[in-house]
Design a protein around this ligand. Structure first.
Ligand code: GUN
Length: 291
């Protein structure tokens, strides 16, 4: 079984982004990412800490706006409006989940679509449906990049996605379809998941639940992309799929940690650079080049 190394690929990408930022600096363009967190969700702190560390590696401006857990919808939207109007801010995200009293969809819609580096705004989702998106959700974008970097063919293949979230499963289904795969999305109401899994060439699992997939149904030579990050009773991190149960039959698999996770953060950096380019009428291809 080949290990699909997301850490390695994300580091390659980071080298490319560092050069891009240096090049932009010569044009007096300085990408800046703003992340807003509400309250003190421990997982969010870890994720935003990773984003901050990566931005620092790139010498990219990064601001972490911490709001109290009882902040009102109006106050949060006022903060977003301020950043939307600030020409120094290239990209803006509000870390999810939000406390229950806040309307997540209304908050996402308050972010200017051209600064929506998460790719969650309905405008950008609509663009993705049309295959014209400039900004897309970072985890599926990272999965597509990881497959391409590992020369794993998508066109003409059967892709099974486990999970239908707006952050991962649904946008990935669109991207895979645009890349000419035949896509099945498995969810809690799927009648016979194993029948679909048995014919999969590529399986992407983002269920956040090891019981969601039966390893015995996974066919020989499948490629497994495991998006989930779970902590076991032994304190160690693992994904949905038990690698030990499939390692003798599958062609390739992402590790957890070190698979999809680092790709998501790298793509957030890329999209911040893309925003800075678009906002300054610079063709991103001239800055990012080929990799
Ligand atoms: N929470 C978990 N993943 C994400 C993400 O990609 N973006 C935001 N904003 N919140 C998250």
């Amino acid at each position: 079984m080949k290990i699909i190394d997301g850490r390695k690929r994300s580091n390659e990408r980071m080298t490319q982004y560092k050069k891009a930022i240096e090049l932009l600096r010569t044009k007096d363009v300085h990408p800046k990412l703003v992340v807003v967190t509400v309250g003190d969700d421990p997982a969010s702190k870890v994720y935003v800490g990773q984003k901050q560390k990566r931005a620092q590696q790139l010498e990219m401006s990064f601001e972490w706006v911490v709001l109290e857990g009882d902040v009102s919808q109006e106050e949060l939207i006022a903060e977003i409006d301020k950043r939307n109007a600030d020409p120094e801010v290239s990209g803006l995200i509000v870390q999810l989940p939000l406390p229950d009293h806040l309307d997540e969809q209304a908050i996402i819609q308050a972010i200017a679509p051209e600064k929506d580096v998460d790719g969650f705004h309905p405008y950008n989702i609509g663009q993705l449906v049309k295959n014209e998106a400039k900004l897309v959700p970072c985890t599926p974008k990272g999965i597509m990049d990881l497959l391409e970097a590992n020369a794993i063919q998508i066109a003409g293949r059967n892709v099974v996605i486990i999970g239908r979230s707006q952050i991962v499963g649904l946008p990935l289904a669109l991207m895979m379809t645009h890349a000419n795969a035949t896509v099945s999305v498995i969810h809690s109401q799927t009648a016979n998941p194993n029948a679909l899994i048995a014919h999969a060439d590529i399986i992407v699992t983002a269920a956040g639940n090891p019981d969601a997939i039966d390893e015995s149904a996974i066919p020989e030579e499948a490629v497994i992309i495991d998006v989930s990050i779970l902590r076991g009773e032994d304190g160690k991190l693992h994904g949905d799929v038990d690698a030990e149960k499939v390692q003798d039959k599958v062609a390739a698999m992402t590790p957890v940690p070190g698979g999809v996770g680092p790709m998501t953060v790298a793509m957030l950096m890329e999209q911040t650079i893309l925003c800075a380019c678009h906002q300054n009428d610079i063709d991103p291809d001239t800055i990012l080049g080929e990799i």
